[in-house]
Write a protein that binds this ligand. Structure first.
Ligand SMILES: O=P(O)(O)OC[C@H]1O[C@H](O[C@H]2O[C@H](CO)[C@@H](O)[C@H](O)[C@H]2O)[C@H](O)[C@@H](O)[C@@H]1O
Length: 257
């Protein structure tokens, strides 16, 4: 683990009741796997998050997944006070209740037109998440080349349907515009009158949340869940979800003392 800026962490440990711990799901809490439906939280996750939920102001999962999927794949239903902001903040799950806006009308079109567009590349995967869709290339023979080949036609279709493209690890998501993880995290910090913040993520879609930590004016710490797939600047870099678990566990231990 590389620690560059421990000040934000110090604020969390000194005043845990004022701390918001924001966490991405895939690649941060859940190891990356080839099949998106097979992703599950790291085995230590439910217990570590349950401990943290008792100790800090709030634990929030901010994810591109539908909120209910993150709760299910994360076995998170019993984490005290947990809030899950799904679809980059479009949806909110809290205490077993889901709130979400109507489905964007452009999704019907991409649901019809995207599968035939991607089917010329063997191994591409269409993920229908109801309020967004995603095209995965991880299981193709050349994931990066297929991603590049699809970038332009997918962007054109998304624009015509009034959707935005969210690129990630061998994935292009088409989702409603107007919200991102930074917007979602900033609003949550305001709502909770946070006095400090940590956000951990692993992918391009997490960068707005890292920027929100920096823009918040609060003592804050960004944590990058590192992998060979992308490199991102953050205050703390850990080794994937197992490193995230160790860090969160050590924060819980330090607060508990
Ligand atoms: O915001 P996140 O919680 O990180 O979700 C982002 C997307 O993650 C998922 O895809 C990624 O994880 C898969 C399972 O490990 C992996 O197969 C894929 O290559 C990754 O891109 C998920 O399937 C998407 O719907 C999420 O939006």
């Amino acid at each position: 683990m590389t620690v560059n800026t421990p000040d934000g962490l110090r604020a969390i440990l000194d005043d845990p009741a004022g701390a918001v711990i924001g966490l991405d799901f895939d690649g941060t809490l859940s190891p990356i796997v080839p099949d998106p439906d097979s992703a599950r939280i790291h085995p230590d996750g439910p217990a570590v998050l349950a401990r943290l939920g008792e100790l800090v102001g709030a634990v929030a999962i901010v994810t591109g997944r539908p909120a209910a999927t993150a709760v299910e794949y994360g076995s998170l239903a019993r984490v005290p006070g947990l809030v899950v902001l799904g679809h980059y903040g479009l949806e909110r799950w809290e205490a077993g209740r889901l709130t979400a806006p109507p489905v964007h009308p452009g999704l019907a079109r991409v649901r019809a037109e995207l599968p035939p567009l991607i089917s010329r590349f063997d191994g591409t995967r269409f993920e229908d998440k109801e309020r967004s869709v995603a095209v995965h290339t991880r299981q193709t023979a050349d994931p990066q080349a297929v991603l590049e080949a699809l970038r332009e036609p997918v962007a054109k279709l998304a624009a015509e349907a009034g959707l935005t493209v969210e690129p990630g690890k061998f994935v292009l998501e088409l989702r409603p515009p107007g919200v991102d993880k930074g917007v979602a995290l900033s609003a949550f910090l305001e709502e909770r009158s946070a006095r400090s913040v940590l956000f951990a993520g692993d992918d391009l879609g997490d960068l707005p949340a890292f920027a929100a930590v920096r823009a918040s004016g609060l003592p804050g710490v960004t944590v990058f869940s590192g992998s060979a797939e992308i490199a991102v600047e953050a205050d703390i870099v850990v080794d994937g979800p197992s490193g995230v678990m160790k860090l969160l566990g050590s924060i819980a231990d330090a607060i508990g003392r």
